[in-house]
Write a protein that binds this ligand. Sequence first.
Ligand code: ZN
Ligand code: FE
Ligand code: FE
Ligand code: ZN
Length: 260
Amino acid sequence: MLLPDYHIHSARCGHARGEMREYVEKALALGLPGIGFADHIPMYWLKEQERDRGIAMSLEDLTEYVAEVEKLRLAYPDIPIKLGIEADYVPGFELELTKILDQYPFDYVLGSVHFINGWGFDNPAYLYKYEYMNIDDLYCQYFNLLQQAAQSRLFNVMAHPDLIKKFGYRPRFDLRELYEQTACVFAEASVAVEINTAGLRVPAQEIYPALGLLQACRKYAVPVTTGSDAHEPGLVGYAFDNIEPMLDEAGYTKVLILGL
Ligand code: ZN
Ligand code: FE
Ligand code: FE
Ligand code: ZN
């Protein structure tokens, strides 16, 4: 089964490489049935001078990003190219986010939790902070934020839904209850959940989400999407062979086609 890749970045975010057309060409070479760009949204919750250009594009870049996706669609009619965006969830800034999202015709919005109380916990630059943290508490905080994000109705898909495992810090307690609760919230909020292969490229060494969370999502009939989180053209469709066995094991027979 060839799967679409709906989580592709662009060099505008400051930590990805290559031209956007190279990502499209890689998808064509692989024969993927569709792709979607979902680059990092500007850091809308911070003052302009506090925004890190190594994390996300500027507001001015966003207009160009949207225009380039539209150009690529015309240049590559053989593959459906969706206009997505990866938007951070930061409680208290829902209105600021809405204002940006309303300005552009996004086909979908990936919702991501990358910050816990202002700490970019998935950023290798701040890795040392894990040493001062109670990992069990962190997992609870992370999943609480993720549930809140889903309930905000700002997002269509919850991206890399257990990103908190990225650096291999694991909780001491059984996550099953938290998975169950999270999947239930996703279903009530009508969001989809992303199967993201980037987890295989980091210390977690496991697709996001863990099988247990995916199984809980299946139980509550939460739709799934697929993405590589490619930050370079060669990573489009990365390790997608590993997705199908996981879908089978969780009981999914199809994945969501976005932007229809
Ligand atoms: Zn990124
Ligand atoms: Fe992300
Ligand atoms: Fe991403
Ligand atoms: Zn991501």
